[in-house]
Ligand binder design. Structure first.
Ligand code: MN
Length: 152
């Protein structure tokens, strides 16, 4: 179980994200006003932050930079959720300091998989970390012609 902070101004998306994360055994906490997001992050100490990019007051890009500049929060992985989809936008999001982004309307599978990947990379969960080690071992000794499953 991971604590996940959601910053999103759309109530339907909040419900969707919270339901999805709870169904995967996580503990979601939502903030609708991005001006409260940094305080909420300090109080909640999330393992992962999921933020919308198009937010009033403090944009998702600003928020990502603020988290990255915060001594206590800078190591927390960030996943951006955005209606933007050009390569340039993705570069701006990653440049601000997000590890991943998922475009809206979200694919439920991709959303859940990206969350698990980010938590796994962060190494905060023993069970998931063990699965990660096994996956890495097979990568270390490449088998003949095995390239693994590519998503289409
Ligand atoms: Mn929004």
């Amino acid at each position: 179980m991971a604590k996940i902070l959601i910053v999103e101004d759309n109530a339907l998306n909040i419900k969707l994200f919270c339901d999805l994360l709870a169904a995967h055994g996580h503990e979601p906490e939502a903030v609708t006003d991005s001006r409260n997001a940094l305080d909420a992050a300090h109080q909640f100490s999330p393992d992962l932050v999921i933020t919308d990019i198009q937010l009033p007051h403090v944009s998702g890009l600003e928020l990502i930079r603020m988290i990255r500049d915060d001594e206590q929060l800078s190591a927390i992985p960030i996943m951006a959720v955005t209606a933007y989809s050009t390569t340039e936008d993705e570069e701006r999001i990653r440049g601000a300091g997000a590890q991943a982004y998922v475009s809206k309307p979200i694919s439920v599978m991709r959303f859940a998989q990206t969350v698990e990947d980010l938590l796994k990379d962060h190494g905060s969960h023993d069970l998931i970390a063990q699965v990660d080690v096994q996956a890495n071992e097979s990568e270390d000794s490449p088998g003949p012609g095995e390239t693994g499953g590519e998503e289409s």
